[in-house]
Design a protein around this ligand. Structure first.
Ligand code: FAD
Ligand code: SF4
Ligand code: SF4
Length: 502
């Protein structure tokens, strides 16, 4: 069985990337220069103050030990589930009590030196040894279990929670605390990725409040879930900002989302790692979906998880839906789908969802750009557009794949190309040179196309979409005429992403 939890970059900022150096400086440097330990006094002051206003924000954004765990230990960690007992109240309180007992005992021991130069050295040494102890114990736990195992019962974390509760009681944190916020629960894929990448293994997608916020006191506001949510619907917001966001969100494409029980009636091997599944609806017996939308397939109950797949059929009678699934190396969901889905099985679906690739067939000129498994929505869409609008001026499909064997539905697209004069099918291979197929990437073709008047729909890898988007803008296509869907989070309205892409 594949590991449920995913190792992913959690250190997005300069401080999170480099604060681990402070840990080494204090813990190891303190052995030679004890006064370095006095830095911890400022660290404690910082964490208690930020906690008062913003909960455990410090743990996710400034803590030097956390930076060490996430940056240095994550790559070699076994990244397993953190045992429940280590998150339990008795353990948390016992560690806090031990910390205070030990700390006060040591402070009492040096109290006789108060006012002397030696006092600062001894005090620094106490802090620095404590830092070293956390480095050793936290480090072992980080490698053997999960990088943030220590954080579950860290006395500094517990003190932050107490400071936060005080801020909350006084009504102050409400104004300043930014919580993970979901723009609309209807748009959530229930894929659990937010939980699989969460350093604390929390489950935001199962716990969003009425106000669409994640209220868990242990959330360290590290934004790892936000960076990884494929639906791009998470952000950090105050209560007031959350209210504003949820008030203005559009649910177009999600109105018809429903739970569907369905039966697998066909499974076809399209390549050695790609299968096509046909589901027949049982309850309700008919589902109205549009080509270009996607559907969720339930893979397990505990924790509840689905996977999103583009609909590849064009919905002839509302009774069946087809999806095409590519097996992902180390993929948790695809290993379940490939190993345990059989013809005749009943499965739970949810959908239809999405409107990014829902096309207006009356448009005069359409360009579809796909790479990899992103070709799947265009199988149903191309036929649907041509049947709804046979006199469309131009419909072009660019299909970028690595090898000829990856060209799914190649004969089907070729026959559409033959049948419809206004449809142009352009396969492109990046790793294989064949006499009648262009070699390169879809972007190589895009650069030279005359795209005046086209509306563009893209589906595929993040890189392809970011690079193509840049080319399209350079060619004068307006932002509002470019639409895209990807399995990765893409936010091209965000200027930083565009700069990275350029
Ligand atoms: C709107 C939409 C439409 C989609 N349409 C399609 C479609 O038509 N066809 C299709 O095949 N897919 C599609 N997808 C993708 C699909 O939803 C799944 O994400 C995909 O099938 C992989 O699921 P998985 O659970 O097997 O992979 P995951 O386990 O989620 O793996 C995802 C990535 O993380 C890596 N990873 C996994 N475990 C670890 C680990 N322990 N440490 C480090 N890295 C790890 C994997 O190598 C992989 O690169 C779509 C996604 C979206 C959002
Ligand atoms: S829920 Fe999100 S922000 Fe909170 S700790 Fe987990 S990954 Fe970080
Ligand atoms: S990561 Fe998946 S489950 Fe979590 S909020 Fe985003 S879409 Fe929903």
């Amino acid at each position: 069985m594949e590991n449920y939890y995913i190792k992913t970059n959690r250190t997005f900022t300069f401080i999170r990337k480099n604060a681990w150096i402070i840990t080494l400086l204090v813990a190891l440097g303190g052995l030679y220069e004890p006064k370095l330990g006095l830095l911890v006094v400022f660290i404690m002051g910082g964490l208690l103050t930020t906690a008062f206003f913003r909960g455990r924000y410090w743990c996710g954004n400034f803590c030097p030990h956390s930076s060490l765990f996430d940056r240095i230990f994550l790559p070699i960690s076994l990244n397993k589930k953190i045992p429940k007992i280590l998150k339990s109240k008795p353990v948390i309180l016992a560690v806090l009590a031990f910390f205070f007992y030990n700390f006060s005992r040591k402070i009492m021991g040096i109290s006789g030196l108060w006012g002397t130069y030696d006092f600062l050295d001894k005090l620094g040494a106490i802090f620095s040894r404590t830092y070293l102890m956390v480095l050793i114990v936290g480090g072992i736990l980080a490698i053997a279990i999960n990088p943030r195992t220590w954080c579950q019962f860290c006395p500094m974390g517990t003190m932050q929670k107490l400071s936060y509760r005080l801020g909350k009681f006084l009504g102050i944190s409400k104004k300043f605390e930014k919580k993970v916020t979901i723009e609309a629960k209807e748009k959530c894929h229930s894929c659990g990725k937010c939980s699989r990448v969460c350093p604390f293994q929390l489950t935001p997608y199962l716990e969003f409040s009425e106000k669409n916020q994640f209220d868990n006191i242990n959330c360290i506001k590290c934004a790892t879930c936000i960076e990884n949510c494929p639906a791009n619907i998470l952000s950090l917001r105050t209560e007031e900002e959350a209210l504003e966001l949820t008030k203005n969100v559009s649910l177009e494409g999600y109105e018809n989302r429903q739970r569907i029980s369905a039966k697998i009636v066909d499974i076809k091997d399209l390549t050695e790692d790609v299968k096509e599944f046909t589901f027949s609806f049982i309850s309700p017996g008919r589902v109205d979906y549009k080509p270009g939308q996607f559907i969720l397939v339930k893979i397990q109950d505990d924790p509840k998880s689905y996977r999103a797949y583009s609909i590849s059929s064009s919905n002839e009678d509302n009774r069946q839906v087809k999806i095409i699934v590519k097996r992902v190396e180390r993929g948790y969901g695809t290993s379940i789908i490939f190993n345990s889905f059989n013809i005749g099985d009943e499965v739970e679906l949810e959908g239809p969802m999405g409107n990014n690739l829902v096309v207006d067939p009356t448009e005069e000129k359409l360009l579809f750009v796909a790479n990899g498994i992103g070709i799947t929505p265009f199988i149903g869409l191309s036929k649907w557009v041509l049947s709804k609008n046979p006199s469309i001026k131009s419909l072009i499909l660019l299909n970028g794949q690595r090898y000829e064997k990856d060209l799914l539905y190649n004969d089907y697209f070729k026959s559409l190309d033959k049948e419809y004069e206004n449809f142009q099918y352009v396969p492109i291979l990046s790793r294989e040179k064949l006499p009648d197929i262009k070699k390169g990437y879809v972007t190589d073709i895009l650069k030279y196309m005359d795209l005046e008047g086209y509306k563009v729909y893209m589906c595929g890898t993040r890189k392809m979409i970011e690079d193509s988007y840049k080319i399209l803008l350079d060619k004068g296509i307006k932002e509002e005429d470019i639409f895209y869907e990807s399995e990765s989070r893409i936010d091209l309205k965000n200027k930083d992403t565009l700069i990275k892409a350029s």
